[in-house]
Design a protein around this ligand. Structure first.
Ligand code: 13P
Length: 339
């Protein structure tokens, strides 16, 4: 492992206040999102949509890295350029989702464990030859009456640590994503407790597996009440709970935290990120940025509708949301940017 390569990659991604665009939706997730937007669910439509994203003018002003799905890294634009190459030419570092998805955890009917360690060393080597310099693995933790169980948390953070070790072995930066889902009616306090427990167990595993913490990016959820909780908290309350939780569980040696949006609306996700950076700027030992998928892409997908004639308008919306997220990363967001 070359720690300097890992650090240089991270510096490059987050330089000049930029963040990460997640565009690595798996085929089942694409199917769901395209169906909801009334777009045919074919591999060619997914390719066209990804081409729309990677060719968006000015995307590189606010995006330093983009996460691709395996299918996309093997695809080309209409004029025959590999998608990863188009991103690299724009100065955006491509990265790759390497897990094989969250599957039912045997013996724990309501819980999931992310799979994909088998053969990962060989797959990572192949991806490095395709230009991917960092990777992502997402673990999913569900909150419910008697879950998450310790067994589920342990299985997921163990896999995250083994994945991170394999990435660092080939000088790829691992994005470590333990997502506590927003689904459910739990309170913000419950989200806080579960997120803190997951992060503490995660960092213990990362320590045990000898991970260089200065060579990872943490991709956590924000601390929010469940989507169907009757009490939803203010922007400042969410920012405060999130910062408190991260400060109690994430070592200062981690260089960067890049939040997922998790189903928050694009505006709310930006407002939360902005409040975290603005209200707590002297108390954050890490870069606190974004690695949003829906909170950057959704308005563009809705406008595109699969039609060539809508591409320019969709690209404008995508670029605007990316700029807004970058402003929030700097604590300079204002609602007037929403247009
Ligand atoms: P959302 O921002 O839509 O939650 O997606 C982020 C992501 O990459 C989930 O793995």
């Amino acid at each position: 492992m070359n720690s300097q390569i890992l650090k240089d990659t991270i510096d490059q991604i987050f330089a000049n206040g930029k963040g990460i665009l997640a565009m690595d939706e798996s085929t089942p997730t694409c199917e769901k999102r395209f169906e909801a937007a009334g777009i045919p669910q074919t591999s060619e439509m997914y390719r066209k949509y990804r081409e729309l994203i990677v060719t968006t003018p000015g995307l590189n002003e606010s995006i330093g890295g983009a996460i691709l799905f395996d299918e996309t890294i093997r695809q080309q634009t209409d004029d025959g350029k590999p998608m990863a190459k188009v991103l690299m030419n724009a100065g955006i570092i491509p990265r790759i989702k390497v897990d094989m998805g969250a599957k039912s955890l045997a013996g724990f009917p309501k819980e999931l464990v992310t799979e994909g360690l088998d053969g990962l060393r060989e797959r990572l080597k192949e991806y490095t030859t395709m230009g991917a310099h960092f990777a992502k693995w997402r673990a999913v933790i569900t909150i419910g009456d008697d879950i998450p169980t310790d067994a589920c948390i342990k299985a997921n953070v163990h896999a995250l640590a083994r994945y991170a070790a394999l990435c660092q072995e080939v000088d790829m930066v691992p994005i470590v994503e333990p997502e506590v889902l927003m689904d459910g009616n739990h309170s913000i306090q419950r989200c806080y407790e579960v997120t803190e427990k997951v992060l503490k167990k995660l960092f213990y595993q990362l320590y045990q597996f000898k991970i260089d913490l200065e060579g990872i990016i943490l991709k956590p959820n924000m601390v929010v009440a469940g989507k169907s909780c009757p009490i939803q908290n203010s922007i400042d309350e969410v920012a405060e709970a999130t910062v408190k939780c991260l400060r109690s569980s994430v070592p200062a040696s981690v260089p960067a935290i890049a939040f997922l949006s998790g189903g928050q609306s694009p505006q709310v996700a930006a407002e939360h990120l902005n409040a975290i950076n603005k209200n707590f700027k002297d108390r954050l030992p890490w870069i606190v940025a974004f690695s949003f998928a829906r909170a950057i892409q959704q308005p563009a997908l809705d406008v595109w509708k699969g039609e060539q004639s809508n591409v320019k308008e969709a690209q404008k919306l995508l670029s605007r949301r990316a700029k807004i997220a970058a402003a929030a990363r700097r604590g300079e967001y204002s609602s007037s940017m929403e247009g």
